[in-house]
Design a protein. Sequence first.
Length: 194
Amino acid sequence: MEDIALQPYYQAIKQLKDSIEDCMSKGRVLSCLTLLYSAIDIFASLERQPNEGTRTSFMRWADAYMLPNNALQFSSIDLYAARCGIIHAFSAESDLSRNGKARKIVYAWGTASAESLREAGQALGRNEVSVHVRDLIDGFGVAIVRYISDVVDHPVQHQRFFQSVRNWLVGVPPAIVDELLTRRNAAIGLAPEA
């Protein structure tokens, strides 16, 4: 019964990823980044330990699943600071970057080059990290696959995932609800309704 019960959550993940792609395809870069950083927050929350803050779980999840990626040349604290800047102020700057605890991440998109953006920043004496939004989106996609693979392969992580996603707000098609009830009724020996 658990596999069918997880279908709406897997569908929610797919819709979130599709929405990120849709924003990017329409040139809505700030909306894309807001959704992307929110999505990382969501996945990190699935692994949050008791009494652990958002920053710690975000950075741990990013280190484990997103940052083993050569296209993403920044640390998890840089990524968390970028998340704070985008989500809270539509900005590359955050308290962490202002206080010198993280580097600012700036974004190239479309036909722009992250390398050219980095060189331009250096010419202006800046110490920003540049990334192409496409690389960030792709890195998140790979991270999802890595994470779900761990969820499938590790029973404790699978159970934690199942317990966490139960709190998600998802649309459940009536056919899935009917199937769940049919299976439950068969398991407890109830006859189907006429």
